[in-house]
Write a protein that binds this ligand. Structure first.
Ligand SMILES: C[S@@+](CC[C@H](N)C(=O)[O-])C[C@H]1O[C@@H](n2cnc3c(N)ncnc32)[C@H](O)[C@@H]1O
Length: 486
């Protein structure tokens, strides 16, 4: 078996062995080896890796390592990891690093997705970079590109909250594909979301090559810039870690979404519990006094809620709310309960947002998965109810423009169309009511006379039927049938 000799590396195994090997700040993941036999997750703070807890920055597809060696030299306050699958290139990175006496650069010789999937612990990467990934320009080769859904899924899991990804390419096709893959993330740049001039980003072999040939270079930098603020009664409201993360974002010119964890997603208390409300108000005031003045210009949203819009599923009732519910509705329609609960939450969010600065954009993120129908969902989340908030949706396929979210990603959906549907307020309520009646069957207006055989009662929504429909109903009545309009 060959091993590292003084200033060089050799493939550290025989082909038949195909095992992963750790050498000095070098990790070898052999190709095509027994996938059952993956090693352990890397622990960056172990002495044989970095031996400290500095933030970890990872470059995938490092090539000969020119860029990452420069960065590791210029930024000793960070740990750098180069991931390159070709041994000869990984070896060159290691040699450069060795030549520069760097102790903050770790070289991984292996396939990027495999490395992420099996060796990187969750939520540990502070920033990642992909500089000039192989573009695979032919359409039937595009499947080999690294920036695709499986890679992004793994990357999201391994990145810290607020971590960013920077992608650089000279290929407009790959640039657009990257944008498609990452469109749910937030770009550092305004539309079209990439920049073609990124001074002091650093040089790499391919950057020099393509710039030398006069090609345009596209840099696309996106991140999940969420900062969680623990705001519950048992939380200290110290937030010093969050402040330092925010300062890093601020110094990088990034924009922030503050996520206030108030515990409202699954409250075990009624919303009129005074003590809980005071605790939440205190957190809001602390945000207003200590965070807002410093980060106002870098803040996109203050998020108060991220959870189901089926508020009735976990609503904790107090006597006061029960009597309010009775006042809210004089008849028990199927929508009364979800709408009452949504209304109560809207009022609660409104009261909390009064403790936040007037200029803050308050965000509510609703998951529509458990709402039974699009009609119900649209009524619950109506703009009228949440008019003072920015609201985002997920979990239901609705042709609705605006903010949508998935996990910690937030994006604006724009629908390219020339036609719209006006969603009525009243009618839906009544359709819901009709559909919830016991012991009824549905008849389509056009076929009503063919289908009423055996019926002596029809429910209809007042004013909703056309002339033909009305004429048919007169026939039904003339034959002794009863019609109830609701
Ligand atoms: C075009 S070169 C760019 C190298 C370097 N980033 C630069 O700018 O000079 C792409 C590099 O990515 C490596 N690579 C391609 N796919 C990879 C993968 N799935 N995992 C790790 N490395 C990969 C290739 O071996 C190659 O060295």
């Amino acid at each position: 078996m060959t091993t590292k000799i003084k200033k060089d590396l050799y493939i550290p195994f025989r082909w038949e062995e195909r095992r992963h090997v750790f050498l000095e700040r070098f990790f070898y993941i052999p190709k095509k080896y027994d996938s059952q036999n993956h090693g352990e997750l890397l622990n960056w703070s172990r002495p044989e890796v970095f031996g400290n807890d500095l933030p970890v920055f990872v470059e995938f597809c490092s090539g000969n390592g020119q860029w990452i060696v420069q960065q590791a030299k210029a930024h000793p306050e960070c740990n750098w990891v180069a991931v390159e699958m070709r041994f000869e290139r990984a070896r060159q990175i290691w040699l450069r690093s060795f030549g520069e006496n760097l102790t903050n650069l770790y070289v991984v010789c292996g396939e990027a997705l495999e490395f992420l999937s099996y060796y990187v612990p969750p939520k540990c990467i502070a920033q990642s970079f992909i500089n000039f990934p192989d573009p695979w320009p032919k359409r039937h080769h595009a499947k080999h590109r690294i920036v695709q859904a499986p890679f992004l899924r793994c990357l999201s899991k391994t990145m810290k909250q607020g971590a960013s990804v920077t992608l650089v390419t000279d290929s407009p096709t790959y640039r657009d594909q990257m944008f498609d893959e990452f469109k749910q993330w937030r770009s550092r740049f305004e539309a079209p979301f990439f920049c073609t001039h990124f001074p002091s980003y650093g040089e790499s072999f391919f950057a020099d090559l393509w710039v030398g040939k006069g090609r345009e270079i596209f840099t696309y930098s996106i991140s999940m810039k969420w900062i969680d603020l623990p705001c519950q009664p048992h939380d200290s409201l110290d937030w010093s870690q969050q402040l330092s993360l925010a300062k890093t974002f601020q110094s990088q010119g990034e924009r922030i979404v503050w996520k206030c964890n108030l515990g409202i997603e699954t409250p075990f208390y009624p919303l009129d519990d005074e003590m809980q409300f005071q605790a939440a108000s205190l957190a809001m005031r602390r945000f207003t006094e200590h965070i807002w003045p410093i980060f106002q210009d870098h803040t996109d949203f203050v998020c108060l809620y991220q959870g189901t819009a089926g508020f009735d599923a976990f609503f904790s009732w107090s006597d006061k709310q029960r009597s309010e519910f009775e006042r809210f509705t004089d008849k028990e329609t199927p929508l009364a309960l979800p709408l009452f609960c949504a209304e109560s939450f809207a009022i609660y969010f409104q009261m909390l947002s009064h403790r936040l600065p007037d200029e803050a954009k308050v965000l509510l993120l609703f998951d529509l998965t458990h709402l039974k129908s699009p009609m119900r969902a649209l009524q619950v989340i109506s703009k009228e109810r949440f008019e003072h908030f920015s609201i985002g949706f997920r979990g239901m396929d609705l042709p609705l423009e605006g903010l949508w979210w998935e996990g910690t990603t937030l994006y604006t959906r724009k629908i390219e169309t020339t036609a719209g549907v006006v969603f009525p307020r009243e009618l839906c309520d009544r359709i819901e009511e009709l559909l919830s009646l016991d012991g009824v069957k549905i008849l389509f207006e056009s076929n009503v006379s063919e289908e009423w055989e055996g019926l002596d009662l029809l429910y209809v929504i007042a004013g909703s039927l056309g002339v033909q429909g009305m004429r048919k109903l007169s026939g039904f009545r003339a034959a002794g049938g009863e019609i109830i309009e609701i």
